[in-house]
Design a protein around this ligand. Structure first.
Ligand code: SF4
Length: 191
C-alpha cells in the first residue's frame, strides 16, 4: 500500500518535457521540510499498486507519460514496485525527486532531481535533468553535484518576478549551460 495525495491528468508544465500530456501521481509525505514548499502532499488516501495502475488508466487512458511526484516520491518503501508496475503497463515513468534517497532506477525512467539541501551524489549523477529552484538567488552550492550535466534548469520559485529576473540574469550570463524553466501550467490555470 502507498499513501497518496492525488492522481490527475494534466500536462507537464516544467522542464525538458514542458507541454507533454502526463498523468501525475502525487505520493504523500516528504523527508524534507523546505520553507518555501507550497505543495500539499498530505495523505488523502491509501491504495495498492494494482489500484494505482488502474487509476492512472482511468484518468489518463493510454497516455504514455506518468510523473511520480510528491512530496518525495522515493520516500515510500513500495515506490520501486509501483515504478515497475507502471512500466509493465506500458508507461514511461518520470520521477521528480529531491535526490536525497538513493534508488536504483531502470534506465528508461526519467529522473529529475531538484536539490533542496543535501543530495545523494549517486542520484545527482543518475539524474536526466537537474532543476535548481531560484528563490532570490541561484543556489550555486549545488552546482558541483551536477558537474557532468551539460544543461541545468533554473526554475524561479513561484514564478515570482524577482525570482524570474534572478534566474533570467543568471541564464543570460551563462548561456552555454543554463536554461530558464517556468511553471507554465500555472499560466494556463492547469494543475
Ligand atoms: S523537498 Fe519538495 S516537496 Fe519536500 S518539502 Fe521541499 S519543496 Fe516540499
Amino acid at each position: 500500500m502507498l499513501a497518496l495525495a492525488e492522481i490527475f491528468y494534466s500536462i507537464q508544465g516544467e522542464g525538458t518535457w514542458t507541454g507533454t500530456p502526463a498523468v501525475f501521481v502525487r505520493l504523500a509525505g516528504c523527508n524534507l521540510a523546505c520553507d518555501f514548499c507550497d505543495t500539499d502532499y498530505s495523505t488523502k488516501f491509501f491504495a495498492g499498486i494494482d489500484d494505482i495502475v488502474g487509476m492512472v488508466r482511468e484518468v489518463g487512458g493510454d497516455c504514455p507519460m506518468v510523473v511520480l511526484t510528491g512530496g518525495e516520491p522515493l520516500a515510500q518503501a513500495d515506490a520501486g514496485a509501483l515504478i515497475e508496475a507502471l512500466r509493465c503497463d506500458g508507461r514511461r515513468v518520470h520521477i521528480e525527486s529531491n535526490g536525497t534517497i538513493f534508488t536504483d532506477l531502470p534506465d528508461d525512467v526519467w529522473l529529475c532531481v531538484s536539490p533542496k539541501e543535501r543530495v545523494d551524489p549517486r542520484m545527482a549523477r543518475r539524474a536526466n535533468e537537474a532543476k535548481l529552484i531560484v528563490d532570490e538567488r541561484v543556489p550555486e552550492e549545488h552546482l558541483s553535484l551536477f558537474a557532468e550535466k551539460p544543461t541545468i534548469l533554473l526554475q524561479p520559485e513561484g514564478n515570482k518576478p524577482a525570482n524570474v529576473a534572478a534566474a533570467l540574469d543568471y541564464a543570460k550570463a551563462h548561456p552555454a549551460r543554463f536554461r530558464l524553466s517556468l511553471q507554465t501550467h500555472k499560466f494556463i490555470g492547469a494543475r
